[in-house]
Design a protein around this ligand. Structure first.
Ligand SMILES: [Fe+2]
Ligand SMILES: [Fe+2]
Length: 205
């Protein structure tokens, strides 16, 4: 009987030991760290793509009457990108491996829509900025819940400010006849889908 009992105890102890080796208790600080890492990685990639979209639009439409409007939005995107380039080392976040793709895809999207006309370029802006604004709002909600409101204040304020800038870019697109673009609905749906896919991938890769 005692042999039977010691066998049972040994088995349950060894099972517990084995499970302690294979299960990981993720601490809340670790989760927050992973959240911030993901946020900075995807935002740097997103702002790089935005910078390239406006560069592509300027290459095609820079000399037209919407040139100064696009230049103004581009300048703000350059500042957004510079800020995330600064936050990557500050938080020791891992940059996305997809940055070269974000660079090329952004430029191709900006130049490609601009070649369809001013209205299509503005429709591209409306679609991209709608998704980015929504994305920044989701991040703000997560940060309000999990981040340290004092230590991570700079990051939270940065995202809040950029969310407001993106919302203005969105409205600028609408004010510049985005809705008159050919196939406006289909064009914006496809671009939004692409942006959401880009967000999904650069959060992870
Ligand atoms: Fe931006
Ligand atoms: Fe923007």
């Amino acid at each position: 009987m005692s042999r039977f009992l010691s066998k049972v105890i040994f088995r349950s102890e060894s099972r517990r030991f084995l499970s302690s080796l294979t299960t990981f208790d993720v601490k809340p600080e670790q989760k927050t760290r992973e959240l911030i890492d993901k946020i900075i990685r995807v935002d740097q990639a997103g702002e790089l793509a935005a910078d390239r979209i406006y560069a592509g639009q300027m290459a095609v439409l820079g000399h037209t009457d919407v040139g100064p409007t696009i230049q103004h939005m581009w300048d703000e995107e350059k500042a957004h990108l510079a800020k995330f380039n600064e936050l990557i080392p500050k938080y020791k976040a891992r940059p996305s491996a997809l940055l070269p793709i974000a660079n090329l895809a952004g430029y191709a999207l900006g130049a490609g829509t601009a070649l369809l006309g001013k209205e299509a370029a503005m429709a591209c802006t409306v679609a991209v900025e709608a998704v980015i604004g929504e994305h920044y709002n989701n991040q703000l909600r997560d940060l309000m819940e999990h981040a340290d409101q004092t230590k991570d204040k700079d990051l939270i304020e940065t995202i809040r400010k950029f969310r407001d800038d993106e919302s203005q870019h969105h409205d600028t697109g609408l004010a510049n006849n985005a809705e008159q673009a050919p196939f406006y609905r289909n064009l914006t749906s496809v671009i939004k889908l692409g942006c959401r896919l880009g967000i999904y991938l650069t959060e992870r890769i």
